[in-house]
Design a protein around this ligand. Structure first.
Ligand code: GLV
Length: 334
């Protein structure tokens, strides 16, 4: 796909600063397309606190009107309070829960997200990929082979087929339904938990996640994050899932009590996990790195090249509309 150059800046004008927080995967593409439009302040690549970063860059915090972020970093009220002129936060994601929305609403800051028309399909593919990887130790075997060569014994446990597995899906929205469709084709038995029972599906419904876990071999987390779903998977749920159980989380890191997840994985209370999201992104608990029963992905489940292209286009349009003070017609604005 050809990269489109956006150039809406009169070359004599000073470039608007654009604060980039949270490493967006599409960032190199976006920056290359918009070098002439913004002064990019890439705070995500710096390990220092935001106020220090701005001071080091000699940036007056009150000159910043817009932030570009991704779900890979939380945008806290403290960060927002540092920027008195902030009026717009654009996130490259569909979800906005990584942003302190209460502070934005208090300050009248607009939050724009990028709706994902085909997102569910991409995320569902990745969910199945993570699950098969965990069940078959694909990434672990790959690491062993590269590190030790083909003649050294590899003591990974044997693969486990998907056919006949009972899969409990937490959140049967668009993504959950796409996951169900795919896993049905593998011969899995689908059951689910969600806020309400869905009249249009015949999969068994569990109103209680512990009970769902107790009847599942695999738990897929595809619900959105809110006050009711934060830490919906706690130790009790993992113990109910059991020692042969696998968790795949492509929702949000905060859906699981991550400390307990790490403990359960290390102590063998569950068999394995495929994780695309983490509680404290972009950080990943370091205890997970040596574990062969865990497959890690850096919040990349929706990032097909098509999506990256689409996001770059829409982010550019949104920022352009904002800085040219056109009435925002962008669907995510509001
Ligand atoms: O996590 C990805 C998204 O919300 O788009």
């Amino acid at each position: 796909m050809a990269n489109k150059q956006h150039n809406h800046n009169d070359s004599n004008k000073e470039l608007q600063p654009l604060l980039v927080l949270g490493p967006p995967f599409m960032f190199p593409t976006f920056e290359a397309q918009n070098l002439h439009n913004y002064r990019f302040l890439n705070a995500f690549s710096s390990q220092i606190p935001l106020h220090q970063f701005l001071a080091e860059q000699s940036v007056d915090p009150s000159s910043i009107q817009a932030i570009l972020c991704s779900p890979r970093q939380k945008i806290s009220a403290d960060a927002i309070r540092l920027l008195p002129s902030l009026s717009l936060i654009v996130t490259t994601s569909n979800g906005t829960r990584h942003i302190d929305l209460a502070e934005c609403s208090y300050r009248g800051i607009q939050v724009a997200s990028i709706p994902g028309d085909r997102l569910a399909v991409d995320v569902a593919d990745m969910t199945v990929g993570l699950l098969i990887d965990v069940m078959w130790n694909i990434s672990a075997a790959d690491r062993h082979l590269r590190k030790r060569g083909p003649s050294k014994p590899c003591n990974l446990s044997s693969g486990s087929k998907l056919e006949g597995k009972r899969v409990g899906i937490v959140g049967l929205g668009k993504i959950g339904r796409e996951v169900a469709k795919r896993l049905e084709a593998f011969g899995c038995r689908i059951m689910y938990n969600s806020r309400n029972q869905k009249p249009f599906v015949s999969y068994p419904f569990y109103s209680n996640v512990v009970e769902l876990a107790g009847n599942s071999d695999v738990l897929v987390l595809s619900c959105s994050l809110n006050e009711q779903t934060r830490h919906i998977v706690k130790r009790e749920v993992m113990l109910a899932l059991g020692k042969e159980g696998v968790i795949v989380n492509i929702g949000r890191g905060d859906l699981i009590d991550e400390k307990e997840l790490v403990r359960c994985l290390m102590e063998g209370e569950i068999k394995g996990a495929g994780l695309d999201v983490f509680e404290n992104e972009p950080n990943v608990p370091k205890e997970l790195f040596p574990l062969d029963n865990v497959v890690l992905s850096p919040h990349a489940a929706s990032l097909t090249s098509h999506r990256i292209y689409d996001v770059c286009e829409r982010v550019a349009e949104c920022l352009e509309a904002f800085f040219s003070s056109k009435l925002p017609e962008y669907p995510g604005l509001g």
